[in-house]
Design a binder for this molecule. Structure first.
Ligand code: ATP
Length: 349
């Protein structure tokens, strides 16, 4: 089911929360709405679910405008952060609920509940009540309950936020597997960039009720459209710069610690004031060549799989990630690091 959202606006009281959002979600896509708290992602999801009417604009499922269709007739399955299971019902009864409401005959109902519990690997716990389940298991039940109605669209609102780190990873794999199996058009709201980067086909980064960037995860991470997006999706070291050269082959940005060469980018002209950004993992050991940074080690933070260096670079403080470090360096060590031209972020200032 393709979802088309056109010029959607929504104001609560005097606060405009969505300011004209347009986007198209492809049939079968795992689409993420991402952004900081209060940017309007849950509101957008709820407008798609039909819990709120829009002030203006429309939501289409396929060719059909669903603005006037109530939530229970949109055939969407929804999963909430809080699981929202009925505590007095068993797992099977919770999952069957949506079928009861739809008056599905008992035999078919039992069959579909088994099938849905099978999808999330919870058949064996069908007779338990939610308080006899772990958080991850409860969220599986919530997923089964959303899937049992055979929805055209699956809506997930921060489904993993209440789980601990290990369970979040496990459920991420589970959601990926289910999506690959079922190919359901899915909208997934989160403020967790790792969740979005690891699962999304495409994502929209929202800021203050507008879409700041809409692209696939690699593009958002490697070619963010603004410093806001770059900072939201990962860490960066930033330098103020100005474009010295903007050719077909390369870009050169002048900064307080020297010139940096970047691969060519559209929309960058000579004289433009820019932010030059370097992701901490893009810094690599250097002998010489282009984009070399001379630094002094201030501090090391050992994190197991990586070591985080805090570097003094001129007046600035840079963060650098070194993977699988083989030796411990003492503070005060002089280092030469480099960044590949294609890894450099160059964004309007
Ligand atoms: P979070 O990650 O914190 O859930 P969000 O991006 O999902 O944030 P929304 O829940 O869409 O943000 O809320 C956007 C803004 O709209 C917030 O300022 C919020 O206080 C306000 N808001 C949301 N729902 C309502 C409501 N029913 N009545 C009044 N204001 C609301």
């Amino acid at each position: 089911m393709q979802i088309t959202i056109r010029e959607l606006t929504k104001t609560f009281g005097s606060t405009p929360v969505l300011k004209g959002v347009s986007l198209e979600i492809r049939s079968g896509e795992l689409f993420f709405l991402l952004g900081p708290s209060g940017c309007g992602k849950t509101t957008l999801l709820r407008l798609v679910a039909g819990f709120y009417p829009p002030d203006s604009g429309d939501v289409r499922f396929g060719d059909r405008c669903v603005n006037d269709v109530p939530p229970h007739l949109r055939n969407t399955g929804m999963v909430f952060q809080s699981y929202a299971l009925w505590p007095h019902m068993t797992v099977a009864e919770n999952v069957a609920y949506g079928l009861d409401v739809r008056s599905v005959p008992a035999k078919e109902r039992a069959q579909r509940v088994r099938e849905a519990l099978g999808m999330v690997r919870m058949e064996d716990l069908a007779d338990r009540t939610p308080n006899q389940l772990s958080g991850g298991q409860q969220q599986r039940v919530a997923l089964a309950r959303a899937l049992v109605i055979r929805p055209d669209v699956l809506l997930l609102d921060e489904p993993l936020s209440n789980l601990d780190a290990r369970l979040r990873l496990e459920m991420r794999d589970e959601i990926r597997r289910l999506h690959q199996e079922l190919k359901l058009t899915t909208i997934y709201v989160t403020h967790d960039q790792k969740e979005a980067l690891s699962l999304a086909d495409r994502m929209a980064v929202l800021r203050g009720g507008v879409i700041e960037q809409l692209a696939d995860p690699r593009t958002v991470y490697r070619r963010p459209s603004s410093r806001f997006v770059a900072d939201f999706i990962g860490e960066s070291n930033w330098l103020e710069g100005e474009i010295e050269e903007a050719g077909d082959q390369r870009l050169v940005a002048r900064t307080g610690i020297g010139d940096f060469e970047a691969s060519p980018r559209a929309g960058v002209q000579r004289g433009m004031k820019v932010w030059v950004g370097i992701r901490p993992e893009a810094l690599d050991w250097a002998e010489g060549g282009t984009n070399v940074i001379e630094a002094e080690l201030r501090q090391t933070n050992y994190l197991g799989e990586i070591e985080e260096y805090v570097l003094a670079v001129g007046e600035a403080s840079f963060k650098c990630f070194v993977q699988n470090p083989e030796r411990v360096l003492a503070p005060g060590t002089k280092l030469k690091m480099r960044v590949r031209p294609d890894d450099l972020l160059v964004l309007p200032r």
